[in-house]
Each structure stands twice: as structure tokens, then as C-alpha cells.
Design a protein around this ligand. Structure first.
Ligand code: COA
Length: 327
């Protein structure tokens, strides 16, 4: 990999106020708390309010980043919003976040790589900055999955939640964050996880009736536990590093049983694995920044720690990166 010239300098996150517990789901579908916890590890998830959309959640995550790190984003020259639940098909949620922040003269695009979105976004930010074309890139992972979740389907509605995370990536050739990456796509398996039609001109009720996450959970599970360890091996090879050198493993928080199985297969301790699913569920593009931010707030992650981030999901796609923590 080209020597990176990009450094992560700030992180922020946000989740909506409303909590949907497993007990609440028991009233909607034939399920129970014990089944959900034993199969997924999820206790509760956050749900966006009726008028809260992905750009609102992403915007709040950026405000949190600015406040905590005393950062201005006025001079950001690119905003990448990673999401598969944008407010509209067009304009992009990144356009809306740019407007809410009042940033002038910045590029703004959405990136859809489903649950691998945030690691793709960080990879793109590194590429744009290391190439010398951009200096300061805002990467936002935000989702309102509750708006496309079928609350009559007990095998999917138990999994998903809403939330967002953001990272600021800036030019720094002396102390870069990015060490290696590995990307993969298996579109031939895309029928195992997809969203039906999208149309943001609809109101909430119409939206709920048409846009739905459809998933073959078993197949996705089997794919993830066999493909992700192989991808991690390629990523480590690209970095010329071993898992022993990783302080933290941050897989996409899809399902705790899946994470445990991956950890067993790669021989990495669960105690050094970060996930955000217990209280937030699967928030797709937001799970990785949420998990990192929870650990930052608990003072678990130290400067210069090595983190292996690994996103995977709809596509089916995967994106892993190894970073040095530089905040
Ligand atoms: N509560 C109670 N029972 C449920 C249930 C629920 N919420 N959801 C499914 N079941 C039932 C099924 O109907 C089935 O019953 P049957 O044997 O009478 O037909 C039984 O539990 C087993 O179903 P199955 O789908 O095989 O369960 P599973 O052990 O595979 O768990 C998932 C289902 C969805 C939790 C699991 O497949 C999974 O997490 N897959 C990965 C999904 C994912 O992470 N997707 C996002 C990737 S980014």
C-alpha cells in the first residue's frame, strides 16, 4: 500500500433517544427476550423519531465530534456519508449534512456498501488525502434502518437499529493512521440480503409498506463466518502484520454469536473485540464508529493502539482496514 498521508483526528457519535427493548418486540412478533439474546446478543436498539432521518442522525454525530474535540469543519473539502438508508435517493444525505453544517465549497457524496460502508468510507478518505487531492474529509456512517425494517418479520426486526458515527480525517504525512486495506465483493450472493424498492417521496406509512430489508439470515451467517476470517488473513498479509500486533478487533456488529465464531476461527480474544450491538443492535454503517466511540469513552483505546476494523454485509461485500489510533 502507498504510504498513507492521512490521520484520523476526531470521532463523534449519536443515537436517537427512543429505546426499543426485546420486551417491546415481544408485543409485535412471536419472539422472546431469551431467544433474541441467545441467538444475537442484542438487548435493545434505538429508533429514530418519525421526523428524524439519516442526515439528522449524521449531523448530530458531527456536532458531537466538533464539541468534544473543539474542531471546526468549516474547511472540510469532502463529506462522505456511508448509508443504505439515505433520506432521499437524491439529494444525497451528505448534501443535507453539508447544508445543516453550513459548510461551503465541499464535495458531498453518499457511499453505499451496506454494513461495510464505514470501512469503505475511511478507505476512500485515506485515498483522497494520500493522493494529495483533498486535505480534510468528514466520514459519516449513519442509518435509519427502522424505516425499512419489516416489523412483521421476526427473523429480521429483532436485529436492526438506528444510529450514527463520524470521523474527521486530515492530511498528516508524519503520523498517518492508515496501514492496510482489503476489499471484496460477491455480488452473485446479493439475493441473500437486500432492500426492496426505495422511494423517498413517500410518507412514513407508505415507506413502511414498500421498502423492506429482506434477508436469508442463515446464508448470511454462514457466509460471514467463513468469508470474514479469509478476508482478515488477506488484510494482515497486506499489512505484513499478525493478529498478535492488534490491540483491538472491531468487526461489524451484526450478531454476537457471529462475532464469537469469527474470533474463535481467527484465534483472537473476545475481550479485545469491540462491538456496539448489545444496546444499539445492528446499525449497519454506524456499528463500527459506535463501537470505537464507546471504547474511547471508556478509555479502553490508547494512542498508537492498532485496530483491525472489518465491515461486512449486503452486497455481499466486505472491507477491512488496519489503522493506528492517532487521537
Ligand atoms: N424469535 C423466535 N424464533 C425465531 C425468531 C425470533 N425472533 N426468528 C426466527 N425464529 C425461529 C424460526 O422461525 C425457526 O423456527 P422453525 O425451526 O420452527 O422453522 C427457528 O427460529 C430457527 O430459525 P433460523 O432462521 O434457522 O434461526 P437462526 O439460528 O439462523 O437465527 C438469525 C436467525 C437471523 C438470528 C441468524 O440467522 C442471523 O443472525 N443471521 C445473520 C443475520 C445478519 O447478521 N445479517 C446482517 C448481516 S450484515
Amino acid at each position: 500500500m502507498h504510504q498513507s498521508k492521512a490521520k484520523i483526528t476526531a470521532i463523534g457519535s449519536y443515537v436517537p433517544e427512543q429505546i426499543m427493548t426485546n420486551q417491546h418486540l415481544e408485543k409485535l412478533v412471536d419472539t422472546n427476550d431469551e431467544w433474541i439474546i441467545s441467538r444475537t446478543g442484542i438487548s435493545e436498539r434505538r429508533i429514530a423519531s418519525k421526523h428524524e432521518y439519516t442526515s439528522d442522525i449524521g449531523y448530530q454525530a458531527v456536532l458531537d465530534l466538533m464539541k468534544r474535540y473543539n474542531k471546526t469543519v468549516d474547511d472540510v473539502d469532502m463529506i462522505i456519508t456511508c448509508t443504505f438508508t439515505p433520506d432521499f435517493k437524491t439529494p444525497s444525505s451528505a448534501n443535507l449534512i453539508q447544508a445543516k453544517l453550513g459548510i461551503q465549497q465541499a464535495g458531498a457524496i453518499d457511499l453505499n456498501a451496506a454494513c461495510a460502508g464505514f470501512t469503505y468510507g475511511l478507505h476512500m478518505a485515506n485515498a483522497l488525502i494520500t493522493s494529495g487531492l483533498h486535505k480534510k474529509v468528514l466520514v459519516v456512517g449513519a442509518e435509519t434502518l427502522s424505516k425499512v425494517t419489516d416489523y412483521a418479520d421476526r427473523s429480521t426486526c429483532i436485529l436492526f437499529g438506528d444510529g450514527g458515527g463520524a470521523m474527521l480525517v486530515e492530511y498528516d504525512e508524519h503520523n498517518p493512521s492508515f496501514i492496510a486495506y482489503h476489499l471484496d465483493s460477491e455480488g452473485e450472493k446479493s439475493h441473500n440480503l437486500y432492500v426492496t424498492s426505495l422511494s423517498s417521496t413517500m410518507n412514513e406509512e407508505q415507506l413502511q409498506a414498500t421498502e423492506k430489508i429482506v434477508q436469508n439470515g442463515r446464508e448470511v451467517y454462514k457466509w460471514a463466518v467463513s468469508s470474514v476470517p479469509k478476508g482478515i488473513a488477506s488484510l494482515l498479509q497486506n499489512a505484513n502484520m499478525t493478529l498478535n500486533q492488534m490491540n483491538w478487533f472491531v468487526p461489524h456488529s451484526a450478531n454476537l454469536r457471529m462475532i464469537e465464531s469469527i474470533c474463535e476461527r481467527i484465534h483472537f480474544p473476545l475481550a479485545h473485540t469491540l462491538y456496539s450491538l448489545v444496546h444499539y443492535g445492528n446499525t449497519s454503517s454506524a456499528t463500527i464508529p459506535l463501537a470505537i466511540d464507546l471504547a474511547v469513552k471508556e478509555n479502553k483505546i490508547k494512542r498508537d493502539d492498532h485496530l483491525l476494523l472489518y465491515g461486512f454485509g449486503g452486497g455481499l461485500t466486505q472491507a477491512g482496514i488496519i489503522i493506528k489510533w492517532t487521537i
